[in-house]
Every structure is written in C-alpha cells, then in structure tokens.
Design a protein around this ligand. Structure first.
Ligand SMILES: *Cc1c(COP(=O)(O)O)cnc(C)c1O
Length: 356
C-alpha cells in the first residue's frame, strides 16, 4: 500500500468559511466544490459546507452536481459552465440545479425548452474574454429570460481576470464594467467576488461571493502568505521515509544525476512521487520531518523522492509532510513553477484520504 496520505481538517475548513463571513458579513455564499473540491473530496467537503450553512455550492459539470445529489446533498448547486446541449435541461430542473448561461446557444436552448428553473445566472464578460456575454448584450439576454417566464430569479455574474494581483489596475476597469451593467439591468442577484477579491476588498455589500481556494486554506493573492491572511490549510499531504542512505561528497542522487552532495551525509527516501500527484518540477522544495525542514535532493521520481538530511537523526517509517501546517502548499507551488490550485487538483487517488 502507498505510504502517501491526504488528511483533511474539517475544523480548518469551517475556520476559512468564517473568514469569508468576516470579510463579507452580508454576502450569501456560493462555495466552490468543483474539481472534487479542489482535490479535497467533493462529497465530504460539500457535506461540511452544507452543514455550516453555505447558501449554494458551485461545480463545473452536470455529473459533479448529480454525484452530490446522489449523496444526499440538498443545498442549491450552481452549474458554472451551464450545459452544452439542451438534452440535460430536464435533469437540471429535476435536481433543482441553478444554471449559468454564458453563450447565445445556451440561451436559445433555454428559450426553446418548456421547463421551469429556480435561478439562472447570466455571465458577463468584463475582461477575461473566456466565457460570457458582452456588457451591452446583457439587457437583451435578461429581457428574453424574463419574457420566457418559468425562471423565478435571474442573477448577473462575472469572473475577474486579474484579481489575484492586488496592484493590477485592470480589476477596477472590470468591476466598473460590471457596475455599469448592473445599473442597466434589473435582476435579483449579483456576484463578482472570487477568493482574491473577498480578501483584498472586504466590505458590507450583499452581493453573492464565490470563494474557492481560500476555503481550502491556500493564498489566492500574489505575494501574500495564507497564514498572514489568517487562512488554515485544510489538506495535509504526508508520506513516510522508506530508506535512509549515506552519500559521499561528490556523489549524485536520482535520475539524471542533477543533485550532487557537497559533503558526506545522508539522504532519506520518501515514498511519494509524481505518481501520487507531487509535482515532478518541484526543485529543492521544502518538506517537514520531526519538526525540522529539509529540501528535496534531485529529481522527483514516480513513486519516491529524496531529501537531504545531513547527519540528523532520521529513521525508516518517519512521517514526512509534503504540504500542510508546516510546509505551505504555496511554497511548494512556487518551487514547481505553478499555483496551489494546480497542485491540489492534480493529486491522484493513490494517496489515501482521511477526514478528521
Ligand atoms: C472556480 C471559480 C471561482 C472560485 O475561484 P477561487 O479563485 O478559487 O476563489 C469563482 N467563480 C467561478 C465562476 C469559478 O469558476
């Protein structure tokens, strides 16, 4: 059996949800559980968030929503990308799902279908230029949905392209486009804040917020650490030492002989690799072992990686934290040239999940 293990801390999740409420006390919360709740396990996370009273859950795809419903989650669920065709609209209605419409074709499908829906969000493109209607199209889209009837509530939503960088002036331009749009169109709900905006611009407004990453305790803001934002890591990724080897000065470790020992010392081999989802590109990333930090030595292999431990006391079976409370996932992500979002989502099923 694999030595690698993912431990999920439900109390940390509830703490981070509380941070959302501190930042935006009046805002209803659409909590993101797409991509298996950022790799944390959608069913367990959705259960905790639903019990903690979030107003809705967000997923990208219909099958993600159906899995939550099959597990007995009755909280409203929003399909962030809507549907491609209209065959599935009956299922959406039957399962009480909320839809985002971001494309003319989706609007046509909705207009031609005769069923009823509780809530439809119109996605406005304010600068991401990925999904959504242009601001000047939104009034016509809203009017068409109103005229159709059978849709109890309409919302206006945008997703910001640059909110992760607090110094980026484009965010003000994007927010201004959204503000102009909402002045022109009367709807029941509004939403623009992802984790980055919730933390960087707290406030009293009652627009819906859409936290994802911050719920899981990683930092959504460039150059800001999760702990300084008072976020607690929900996931702890650990494995164990499976061998301890001595290396002499001048010897190399691992594929490609990319790491060379400067002194005589020891290497601990840890039973986790890119086959578990640990990034192969992480160079010299930190790990924690017996309360101390050590660095990776050489390349990450499929099933193992090496760390340099000098002459310290280390034994086979010792637990090693790859990320969690001692090693911030954002630090590992920086070493790997990526973001914590990607590290969380690409963990494989090899690591056993434990919920506490
Ligand atoms: C994933 C997603 C979010 C959450 O983003 P974070 O940066 O993780 O907070 C918000 N809105 C939409 C539409 C999303 O797809």
């Amino acid at each position: 059996m694999s030595e690698s293990r993912v431990t999920i801390d439900g109390a940390a999740l509830r703490h981070n949800l509380q941070r959302v409420r501190q930042c935006r006390p009046a805002a209803p919360i659409l909590a993101m559980v797409k991509a298996d709740a950022y790799g944390h396990g959608a069913l367990a996370i959705a259960g905790i968030l639903a019990a903690a009273g979030v107003d809705a859950l967000g997923v990208a795809h219909l099958d993600e929503a159906l899995a939550l419903r099959a597990a007995g989650i009755s909280t409203p669920i929003t399909l962030l990308e809507g549907l491609v065709g209209h065959e599935e609209l009956d299922q959406v209605a039957r399962q009480h799902l909320h839809l985002i419409v971001h494309h003319r074709q989706q609007l046509q499908a909705l207009l031609q279908w005769s069923g009823a829906l509780q809530r439809v969000w119109i996605k406005v493109n304010t600068g991401m230029n990925r999904l959504g209607f242009r601001p000047q199209e939104v009034a016509a889209v809203a009017a068409a949905l109103r005229q159709r009837g059978g849709i109890a509530e309409i919302g206006l939503l945008t997703h910001l392209a640059c909110a992760d960088d607090e110094a980026d002036a484009q965010t003000d331009v994007h927010l201004q486009r959204f503000a102009d749009c909402r002045r022109a169109v009367a709807v029941e709900h509004h939403s623009c804040a992802n984790s980055a905006l919730i933390l960087s611009r707290p406030g009293a407004g009652d627009d819906w917020v859409r936290p994802g990453l911050m719920l899981y305790g990683a930092s959504p803001l460039l150059g800001r650490r999760a702990d300084e934002l008072d976020l607690r890591p929900v996931m702890r990724l650990t494995s164990r030492v499976i061998a301890v080897q001595s290396v002499r000065a001048g010897e190399t470790v691992g594929y490609g002989a990319t790491w060379r020992a400067q002194h005589d010392g020891r290497i601990a081999i840890v039973g986790i690799g890119y086959g578990d989802g640990y990034p192969r590109t992480a160079t010299a990333a930190p790990v924690a072992l017996r309360g101390r930090r050590y660095a990776l030595a050489g390349r990450v292999s499929m099933d193992m990686l090496a760390i340099t431990v000098g002459m310290d006391e280390v034994a086979v079976g010792d637990e090693v934290e790859l990320w969690g409370g001692q090693v911030a996932i954002d630090t590992v992500a920086a070493c790997a040239g990526t973001l914590s979002y990607e590290l969380l989502c690409r963990l494989t099923q090899r690591a056993q999940r434990h919920y506490e």
